[in-house]
Design a protein around this ligand. Structure first.
Ligand SMILES: *Cc1c(COP(=O)(O)O)cnc(C)c1O
Length: 390
């Protein structure tokens, strides 16, 4: 058998390795000058006032909700078609998640359902968390507008969305608060890591304090001209969410490649869209190939045109040496969310239907043309072998 094509691989070159080695040799391992430099360069890339580096997007989402004051009794609206991290942070703060279904074309939050949920929970909604699924921008204009009217803050889960463009503007370059993930499989990878961006000074200040044990050096500075280096004040029971300088070193070099890596993803997406076009599959929607980050390339099987189920389809692709995955097992299919929120598949028909038919194909800059052709060949071969007469 030809060698296995993994589902995901990071693009780590000598630049990243050299930067990490320099950092380790500097003697500074935890949060320090590299993390501050990564924040400054990330903020500049998106043209934002603040970038707050954290050790995961999950931590970032938690800090964002905490900073805007989400607490018991508050409602936070998000979709079921996401990773559990998006919703678990709502639980950390003892707030109430309200889940809505997705749009069948984009697999992003259904804006009509959002408007209905904002109306249903009027006065209680503190935040809305849209997820830019696979790297396709949500309808941000409408989402920001209807959230604002309801007095809710929009905290974007942009774990898939670097770089994603919405009407020409980068996701993260506008809006209330945007959270990125640098998990090993994401488009910018530091192993573990994340970044929160915002223009709001008070939210940024709160997130910086809560990221590191609720320690404020500034609080002390307000009362004294002399600031001994050993002194600090704890102003809240914070968390331990800071990003290490070793991870930041990877991030600094990865950020320099982010557009080049994206170009390669766009090329692969274009090859998939062309190569899979005539098959009994639904292919991902994009509003312009280059606007989509292409963190994921998901296909949906048209199950009335082939005599093979999704799970078997995945088994066959794996046997053919193609690593694949499923995004997402929606939250209404997980025991915790089903039981604690009373979620029922019938209330999320689009997410449930997509889940039952979806397969995520490998897409990353290190894939060669031959890899891409092998994936297309394997998918096409399976579809042909299992075609049912129309
Ligand atoms: C990866 C991911 C997260 C979590 O990111 P971490 O950095 O691993 O915490 C959150 N939301 C979505 C949609 C993701 O894909």
């Amino acid at each position: 058998m030809a060698d296995f094509i993994p589902f995901a691989l990071p693009t780590i070159g000598d630049e990243e390795i050299d930067e990490v080695v320099r950092t380790i040799r500097s003697g500074w391992l935890t949060t320090g000058p590299q993390a501050r430099r990564f924040e400054a360069e990330f903020a500049a890339y998106l043209g934002r006032r603040h970038a707050v580096a954290v050790n995961s997007a999950t931590a970032g989402l938690h800090l964002a909700l905490e900073a805007i004051g989400v607490g018991p009794g508050d409602v936070v609206i998000t979709t079921v078609f996401t990773f559990t991290a998006t919703a678990e942070v709502i639980r950390y703060l003892n707030a109430t998640p309200v889940f809505i279904d997705i749009n069948p074309k984009t697999k992003n939050m259904d804006v009509q359902a959002l408007k209905a949920a904002l109306h249903r929970h009027a006065g209680r909604v503190k935040a809305v968390i849209p997820v830019h699924f696979a790297g396709l921008a949500c309808e941000m204009g409408e989402i920001l507008e209807c959230a604002k009217k309801s007095g809710a803050v929009v905290v974007e889960d942009a774990a898939h969305a670097l770089p994603t463009r919405s009407a020409g503007r980068l996701i993260g370059s506008f809006g209330d608060i945007t959270v990125f993930s640098f998990y090993a499989t994401k488009t910018l990878a530091t192993g573990e890591g994340g970044m929160i961006v915002t223009d709001d000074d008070r939210w940024a200040e709160r997130m910086r304090v809560m990221r590191l044990h609720g320690i404020s050096k500034d609080a002390f500075g307000r009362y004294s001209d002399q600031k001994p280096s050993w002194h600090y004040e704890v102003v809240a029971p914070g968390y331990k969410y800071n990003l290490t300088d070793v991870a930041a070193a990877l991030g600094i070099q990865q950020l320099r490649k982010v557009e080049a890596m994206h170009e390669r993803r766009v090329e692969i997406a274009a090859a998939y869209l062309a190569g899979l076009a005539s098959l009994p599959l639904e292919l991902p929607y994009s509003d312009g190939l280059a606007s989509h980050a292409w963190h994921l390339f998901t296909i949906e099987l048209l199950l009335d045109r082939i005599d093979i189920g999704r799970d078997e389809f995945i088994g066959e692709l794996m046997k053919a040496g193609v690593g694949v995955s499923v995004h997402f097992i929606p939250l209404n299919r997980h025991p915790y969310w089903r039981q604690s929120c009373g979620l029922d598949d019938q209330d999320f028909p689009v997410a449930t239907d997509k889940f039952l038919r979806t397969v995520s194909l490998p897409i990353y800059p290190r894939m060669t043309k031959a890899h891409v052709e092998r994936v297309i060949g394997a998918v096409a071969g399976l579809c042909e072998r299992h075609a049912v007469a129309a």
